[in-house]
Design a protein around this ligand. Sequence first.
Ligand SMILES: *Cc1c(COP(=O)(O)O)cnc(C)c1O
Length: 374
Amino acid sequence: MSQVGRSRIHYTKPSITALEIGYATDAAANGWGEHCYDYIQRFEWMFREHLGAKHSIATSSGTGALHLGMAGLGIGAGDEVVLGDINWIASAAPIVHLGATPVLVDVLPDTWCLDPQRVEAAITPRTKAIMAVHLYGNLCDMDALQAISDKHGVALIEDAAEALGSVWHGRRAGALGRFGAFSFHGTKTITTGEGGIFVTDDADLYERVLTLSNHGRARGETRQFWPSTVGFKYKMSNVQAAIGCGQMERIDELVAGKRHVFERYREALVDLPLALNPEPPGTTNGFWMPTMVADAGSAFDRDALLAAFQADNIDGRVFFWPLSTLPMFEARPDNVVANALCARAINLPSYHDLSDTEIQRVCAQVIGQFGRGT
Ligand SMILES: *Cc1c(COP(=O)(O)O)cnc(C)c1O
């Protein structure tokens, strides 16, 4: 049946108001010369205040923040970094760029994040870090991972790009590990267009990363154009940071919008044989991306649902593929949970001000798919 005229339901889009536009306009008009870092410094301050972290460095992307942080830890050729097999490539790519090897372990069936038992089994003398990626806002088991990190003397780092608003027993995701990285890509809970941030409580690591982030020029170096090491160029611009300042002033509203959307989905889909993002006791899920995973054995056809979405002008997305199924990584047939999840899972549309009527339209398609199969 043709659905011509049905408005497009995007899977995600930013929430930009007159506040962000005003700051960006001011930055474009006045943010030069001695003011060229004003919004950057304010954004870094607002972000670390929100998170409860001591140090922050705004970057041009989340990938760049991860790259800088791992370089600052000295991760390099021959080293290994353990992470979950279900992930976006951005978490793994900087590991490869540093000459290290991503070790892809299986995930837990309920959080879709790395399985601590599999992490411990994967530790070798070459392991330098465990990367906790809080997938779709779901939290990794940080207590179990911290215990493994302490026992084996390897760093626990956080890719919290998807976890703004997620809280683990009173502490915000991204502020729990040796360092945290966030992304402000246009699909994320807050955006600067493109952008990211590195956060840490570790003063020495902060100094190393600050130097690396400034093309190897150390703070306090008095000679001009004098790098002491080969660094990186992953800086956020002042105009981007201006947008970010507006977003940070609205962060509670933006996170609340994500929660509202998730709760409407939970209510509407409660009777179906599927799981949504978990929120275990003592934690808060930022619900960046509501995601449904059909129960094993239920009559669910992911591609049929995606086709039904498309016919109704709804933008649904497939769950991340296991990285180990991509051509550049070694296959991991033993990652049975990761390998089974993606065929049963779909990301649902979730921008902050998605209306209840639009959510009903999405849910009608999901319910219709289950009805068809049973
Ligand atoms: C978006 C994302 C990144 C990458 O962020 P960019 O800003 O696009 O570089 C990294 N990790 C995860 C988990 C992400 O979702």
